[in-house]
Ligand binder design. Structure first.
Ligand SMILES: [Zn+2]
Ligand SMILES: [Zn+2]
Length: 286
């Protein structure tokens, strides 16, 4: 039997891409056992945002939760996350709401997500965080406030948090750690630096956080050399397949290849695909 494969950060979009059933069966047949499914934006579902933005975001949220359930019913272990992406702050701010208007919608969406976390419909909040590109200062502040509020909610409810950040390297970890600490958030494995650069893994994990690294062989090798197998692999699959898109069913081979090239053995594979996932997401091992 080959080793079970985990995808610690992915997306699903049955409107523009694969259905829950297709995604699940492809991942299962590649050896998948666990997938963290992170919500997409309403615009990704071709939803029209112009009427009542909050209602549209809540509709998208409900749709995402139903997709998670469907994927789970295939037999995969699923961690279902929904957040308010910095791109959503940009999107609403640039469409007449301004940064403050976008922030107000985000806070309401976070309330709904917290409620779902409480009732078991969601396992975590994410992604939230900061833009990885140049933005307007007020939009950065709004995004940072969403991140900090989401981190408080996640800590209060004991659920997972996925952070999408600018990923400049160790400074990103330090800045985020300082901001979260000042809000009374304690570092822990449930707080995940998503899309971490290989040189962010050791700084993040030494503080007690988790990290996911894009599951491309070169990035995985770099991370293994710098930090050992102290991270998880992610596809960040957008929900549809394309020429350069990394899919959940590519991870198994890439991780195995990277571990071999880094001169590590089966134990490293277990850590990346099982141990670190169990610790971060609080799920039962396969
Ligand atoms: Zn992201
Ligand atoms: Zn993502």
């Amino acid at each position: 039997m080959s080793l079970p494969v985990a995808d610690a950060h992915s997306h699903i979009n049955d409107v523009r891409g694969l259905s829950a059933r297709e995604l699940a069966s492809k991942f299962l047949s590649s050896g998948g056992w666990f997938i963290a499914l992170v919500s997409v934006s309403p615009a990704d579902y071709n939803m029209n945002i112009s009427q009542d933005p909050l209602e549209v975001y809540l509709n998208a949220l409900r749709h995402h939760v139903s997709l998670c359930k469907e994927v789970r019913s295939s037999g995969l272990t699923v961690s279902c996350l929904a957040g308010f992406h910095p791109d959503d702050v940009e999107f609403l701010a640039s469409r007449g709401l301004g940064a403050l208007g976008a922030l107000k919608v985000a806070m309401k969406v976070l309330e709904a997500e917290a409620d779902l976390c409480r009732k078991g419909g969601l396992d975590g909040i994410g992604e939230v965080g900061r833009q990885h590109y140049k933005s307007l200062p007020e939009r950065l502040v709004a995004s940072q406030l969403v991140l900090e509020r989401a981190a408080e909610v996640a800590q209060d409810l004991g659920c997972v948090l996925h952070m999408h950040l600018e990923d400049v390297g160790p400074d990103t970890v330090e800045l985020t750690h300082m901001a979260l600490s000042s809000r009374g958030i304690r570092a822990g494995p449930r707080i995940v630096f998503h899309h971490a650069k290989p040189n962010m893994v050791a700084p993040a994990t030494s503080l007690g956080y988790s990290a996911t690294v894009p599951g491309r062989t070169e990035a995985l090798i770099d991370a293994l050399r710098l930090a050992g197998p102290n991270f998880m692999a992610e596809s960040d699959f957008p929900g549809w397949e394309g020429p350069r898109i990394l899919a959940p069913w590519n991870l198994g081979i890439n991780v195995r290849e990277a571990v071999a090239k880094a001169g590590l053995g089966e134990e490293a594979l277990y850590e990346i695909n099982i141990d670190n996932v169990v610790r971060a997401f609080g799920v039962e091992p396969p």
